[in-house]
Design a protein. Structure first.
Length: 483
């Protein structure tokens, strides 16, 4: 089903509140939604919509694709809207995944633009009688995202066009309109919470949970959750967001709401969503509240909650609050070392053949460990560690590994510098595998080689060396960088 013209009209109207001088340029998109032709239908000139993903890293660079054979200038990944796309934002995410191999879960929307476009570019396309194509105009909706994990800045994904991907600084972006808006935006690629929820408790060990509707298209349908929702453009702060949501959903208005933690969720479009959690106290009867969304509200104690269909992160948050412990504060930088913070999980493949270990030489342009030898490795997405290992081995080197042939060989708990996010580096040994290592991602790895375990190459990632030495010595665990 094509995206409704009314949805496009709403996006454009919101966009023009920031850029009123572009109203005449976008006039064709503001026609009466009830009578205007579908702009996402390729057969419906004169206005056709495309969508692009503007991905920003922590170095204020933008991901571009440039295929030399086309002669085109570098552009943000994206393309036409497909019949399966529910929103224009989803169309941009699909184009990004197809062209750059970056999944939605690796990205967050920005607090400044949320799900609205940063730029709407206009391109006139000449008629082509030979192709039966009339003259028409393209409107490219450019949505901006930042990387959920700062370490993902090391390179783009593994899509079919990944060898043509480049990171360009803001001032080198080719599109004049996009370049101007980026330079004026203040965007720096740092993730900020864009949703807010409330941990409501009665001070006696009970917590208020909301049973969500069991219908498709909403976040975690049919599960128990905290009250809350997404920030709206009119919200001056996330506290205002959560207070609005409490009023709208349940008629609640706690006198005091205090910031408690940052939780991480997955949105209905697959994006990673940082959620600011506020704590508030209330002790009334949930049955008397004017619930406008969901099925019901009820009090629960932490001992009962494991029997509910409930997010593990929410359960952990409640348990920590009940125990009087500081809750985990998500991936925000600068967290105090005394507080509980999530650790990034890295997965690494240890292959040994005739006393030699498989290592790859990383691309010199890698943001992490360029021109340095390292294990075949990757970050866990929403998958088990062994599943991640099997996937990375296939994608990076064409190796086929049976999960049953995998065993944990070593664990390195590492922090690389003051303020850096701690990491659990899991090193797995594969007892058997099929295939010979080949370079599948030349933008990340230049070559694979077998190196004697007692004569490792230099340079090599320090924790990789430590893991190999630990495995040879029979030690299961190493710590690096902690003081």
């Amino acid at each position: 089903m094509p995206i409704a013209r009314s949805d496009i009209h709403e996006l454009v109207t919101s966009y023009l509140e920031r850029h009123p001088g572009e109203r005449d340029l976008l006039a064709a998109l503001l026609e009466d939604p009830a009578t205007a032709p579908g702009a996402t239908d390729p057969a419906a000139p004169p206005a056709r919509v495309t969508c692009s993903a503007v991905v920003i890293d922590r170095s204020r660079r933008v991901l571009h694709i440039h295929h030399p054979a086309t002669g085109d200038t570098p552009r943000a990944p994206g393309g036409r809207v497909a019949a399966s796309d529910r929103t224009l934002l989803e169309a941009a995410l699909r184009g990004l995944r197809e062209e750059a191999g970056i999944p939605p879960g690796a990205l967050c929307v920005t607090a400044a633009f949320l799900s609205g476009p940063l730029d709407i570019a206009v391109h006139d396309v000449e008629a082509s009688p030979a192709e039966g194509r009339p003259a028409h105009r393209h409107y490219d909706f450019r949505f901006v995202f930042c990387l959920a994990d700062a370490e993902a800045d090391s390179g783009p994904g593994a899509g079919p066009g990944s060898q043509w991907l480049r990171w360009l600084p803001f001032d080198q972006v080719g599109s004049p309109t996009l370049r101007a808006k980026l330079l004026a935006s203040g965007l720096d690629g740092v993730v900020e919470p864009v949703n807010a929820s409330a941990l409501i408790h009665d001070g006696q060990g009970r917590y208020l949970l909301h049973l969500r509707d069991d219908v498709p298209g909403i976040w975690e349908p049919g599960s128990w959750a905290l009250l809350g929702g997404g920030r709206e453009p009119q919200d001056a702060s996330l506290e205002e967001t959560v207070r609005r949501e409490l009023r709208e959903e349940a008629g609640l208005g706690p006198a005091v709401l205090e910031p408690l933690a940052v939780d991480w969720a997955t949105g209905t479009d697959g994006l990673t969503v940082p959620v600011r959690v506020f704590a508030g106290r209330w002790s009334g009867d949930p049955a008397t509240l004017p619930l406008t969304e969901g099925v019901m509200l009820a009090w629960f104690d932490p001992g009962t909650m494991p029997r509910l269909r409930l997010s593990p992160a929410t359960l952990e948050l409640v348990r920590r609050h009940a125990a009087g412990q500081p809750p985990a504060s998500g991936r925000a930088s600068g967290s105090s070392p005394a507080r509980s913070v999530p650790h990034v999980v890295g997965v690494h493949l240890y292959l040994e053949r005739d006393g030699q270990v498989l290592l790859g030489l990383r691309h010199p342009d890698s943001a992490y460990a360029g021109s340095t030898h390292h294990f075949l490795a990757g970050h866990c997405e929403r998958e088990s560690a062994v599943s991640c290992l099997v996937r990375e081995a296939r994608e990076e080197a064409g190796l086929v590994i049976d999960p049953a042939d995998v065993e944990l060989a070593h664990l390195v708990h590492v922090v690389e510098g003051a303020g850096a996010q701690p990491r659990m580096q899991l090193v797995f040994r594969a007892r058997r595998w099929r295939g010979s290592p080949e370079v599948r991602e030349p933008d990340r790895c230049l070559s694979w080689g077998w190196w004697p375990a007692d004569a490792l190459p230099d340079p090599i990632v320090p924790y990789a060396r430590a893991a190999i030495e630990g495995i040879r010595a029979g030690r299961p665990y190493t710590e690096l960088g902690w003081t």
